[in-house]
Design a protein around this ligand. Sequence first.
Ligand code: ZN
Length: 430
Amino acid sequence: MTYLIKNARILGGDPADIQLRDGVITEIGTGLSGGVEIDATGLIALPGLVDLHTHLREPGREDAETVESGTRAAALGGFTAVHAMANTSPVADTAGVVEQVWRLGQETGVCDVRPVGAVTVGLGGERLAELGAMADSAARVRVFSDDGKCVSDAVLMRRALEYVKAFDGVIAQHAQEPRLTEAAQMNEGAVSGRLGLTGWPAVAEEAIIARDCLLAAHVGSRLHICHVSTAGSVEIIRWAKSKGWNVTAEVTPHHLLLTDDLIENSPVGSYNPIYKVNPPLRTADDVRALREALADGTIDCVATDHAPHPVEDKESEWGAAAMGMIGLETALSVVQESMVETGLLDWAGVADRMSARPARIGRVEGHGMPLAAGSTASIVLYDPVPRVPVEPHGFASKSRNTPYEGLSLPGRVVATFLRGRPTVLEGKLA
Ligand SMILES: [Zn+2]
């Protein structure tokens, strides 16, 4: 099938036509003809988005999400590849489990699924998992993470960093010093003091990031830092990068937009667990620093940390509620709101931070390529104009724990193509 996308604004530039055939972009120009025409007048064309951090919950918590439902949500959000986090049940800590997730992706996924392998057996933080076997498996794992938990043992972290060098892997650290965050409920600061909730200090994140940057430099390996949430973390990463160390970092859409005072006072009341997330929402100063860091490249990319939970795990009292938010179907709109509308990033910058860089960090072949003849035809068509209230009941995700319900966000994904095949057309699954 040949498709001809007419009058798309590539990376927000002047209108042009894009022809897709046999999975690749065959031609870009004006006045092209030939193929099934898709009118993209007024739409922005971006390369298919790549998420380094998605919780698909399968195997084990299919009530929250499955590979099928999660990848449908991803496609509707403009993603063509997602990394499936390892904290499933069983944990993705062997070649067998990562191959199971990879196969599920092949069979039921509407975007590419790249399994993340656990760093330690059962996320237990005591013994290294079979990193080499996962790397050599059919899933060809390159990103390893105990996400949800921190690899807090410095010796294990050092060994993991050393081990993945052999196959160009990367350790993605969930930076949370466990002793400093025992029973922590929200960001430690003025709001936690007023609400009487146990604080989650910024230093618990920053201390691990500083330690791991030093370890990565010491052994000459690749470190990726998950969901950076504090201004201090940004300063440490900026310093590590200035040394030329191989450190990359991501920020979530919610940490670019939301602050901890929503827990005290928001349209949905106070103590609403919809805002309970790990790492916690921080202050307006942190949000400002994260936006600036994403704009100047200190933070390399946006990653959703899409964390689906069933209603009963989220709609309880604050202390008992699960931590996490879904994010695949709103990510691009939140990035538009926080980064584009504020003038911090243009659409070429969005493509870089949400496609090219995450693909490079995850070593995802065939994704994150420039929109040019010869590239893989994985493309999003996005309408930045409409501003509509977020309506979670229309989501493809099995879960509804979005912090944006009722909030108006800009933009809408109109179409997504994966290797020349539409996965979304006219805003709906194709
Ligand atoms: Zn995490």
